[in-house]
Design a protein around this ligand. Structure first.
Ligand code: ZN
Length: 365
């Protein structure tokens, strides 16, 4: 299993310059390789397998930075492009200077060493680190991601690997979750979890700031101040959201052995219902599901994701009738066959829970 530990680092000015350069060169490589992959895809409808070495000849300065980082950028791009190719994700985006990015390097021949107060990294040498917790001895270090936020902070995320014997848990308690437009989720017992209100408020503040930014003169000191305010707010939202997601997935994992969720196709959804798609991606729905899956599997528990064709909303949870006339605007599910009258999302969550249990029994019992 893998676990990542994130710590803040305090690089010297020279080290900062080198970090910027490494991130910049990796961004350049990502964009260059992506551009060629895209062109190739448009012409041949196949994946182009390009390598960093091909670019080092034309752009020799790429050799100045940690070469493992370039290899990782290539691997990440390859993965993202294959996801796109198998229609699981949108086409990878070009990286811009405005966003927070980092670079990843791997442990090879003691090139990364953690010491008291310092971390030794390839090319950078010893960087001051604030290590607020120790990494257990049984864990082996695999790699490090160095990142810089747009608010000027530097971090390392240390990826470790460890062995753990996982015993499959017997399913005693299960839960089905339906993601709804008005709530973060509704479960099969009809419990509705709201979107965190303070994050909603932050999004409103963000909109006000962005509007006021559009009225400033680009490059003026007022403009730059607003840009920093926006970055700080984005950072705060991200922290709050991650905190919300972690606590929630932790609580669910503790309580349940089997969690069933619907599958969401954000690309499809943004076409039919852009507001909903935005709401879902804002609150990190996909992140929540992957966090939940990871936590459950670590405990020998299971996450079942519905097939995207599973009609969780249109199925009557009482009699199994398919209600084809149900519209997106119908908030209640009224069964034309058995007269069951239930909140639409509650009905869907019951179906998801039942279907998850059925699939689980098929696979494991
Ligand atoms: Zn019915």
């Amino acid at each position: 299993m893998n676990k990542a530990f994130k710590f803040r680092i305090y690089p010297s000015d020279t080290q900062k310059t080198l970090i910027h350069m490494t991130i910049g060169h990796n961004r350049f490589l990502w964009n260059k390789m992506l551009e060629e992959k895209q062109k190739h895809y448009e012409l041949n409808k196949t994946i182009l397998y390009n390598r960093p070495a091909q670019y080092k000849e034309n752009y020799p300065w790429l050799k100045d930075i940690d070469s493992l980082s370039l290899a990782n950028t290539q691997l990440n791009l390859e993965k993202a492009f294959r996801q796109f190719f198998s229609r699981k994700q949108d086409i990878p985006k070009f990286h811009s200077k405005k966003q927070d990015y980092g670079y990843t390097t791997n442990l090879v021949n003691n090139n990364i060493v953690l010491k008291k107060g310092f971390i030794k990294l390839p090319k950078l040498g010893e960087v001051k680190i604030k290590q607020h917790r120790t990494i257990p001895n049984e864990m082996t270090l695999k790699g490090v991601t160095v990142s810089k936020t747009s608010t000027g902070k530097y971090y390392v995320s240390i990826l470790c690997e460890y062995q753990k014997e996982i015993k499959k848990q017997v399913v005693k308690d299960s839960i089905g979750l339906d993601f709804s437009m008005t709530h973060f989720y509704v479960d099969h017992q009809g419990f509705k979890l709201d979107y965190p209100t303070d994050i909603q408020t932050d999004f409103k503040k963000l909109r006000i700031l962005q509007r006021s930014l559009s009225r400033r003169i680009k490059g003026s000191s007022n403009y730059n101040k607003k840009v920093l305010d926006i970055a700080l707010l984005h950072e705060r939202i991200r922290h709050k959201r991650d905190d919300f997601i972690h606590k929630l997935s932790y609580a669910i994992t503790k309580r349940y052995d089997l969690v069933s969720v619907e599958s969401l196709n954000l690309i499809e959804m943004s076409k039919t219902n852009p507001y909903y798609a935005k709401q879902v991606s804002r609150f990190g729905w996909a992140r929540f599901v992957s966090c939940l899956k990871y936590k459950l599997e670590k405990e020998g528990k299971t996450l079942v994701m519905m097939d995207k064709w599973y009609p969780s909303s249109k199925l009557c949870s009482e009699c199994g009738e398919i209600h084809t006339e149900l519209k997106l605007s119908n908030r209640m599910f009224e069964c034309p066959n058995c007269n069951t009258n239930l909140d639409r999302d509650h009905n869907a969550a019951i179906n998801i829970n039942k279907e998850g249990l059925r699939q689980y029994k098929l696979a494991f019992e």
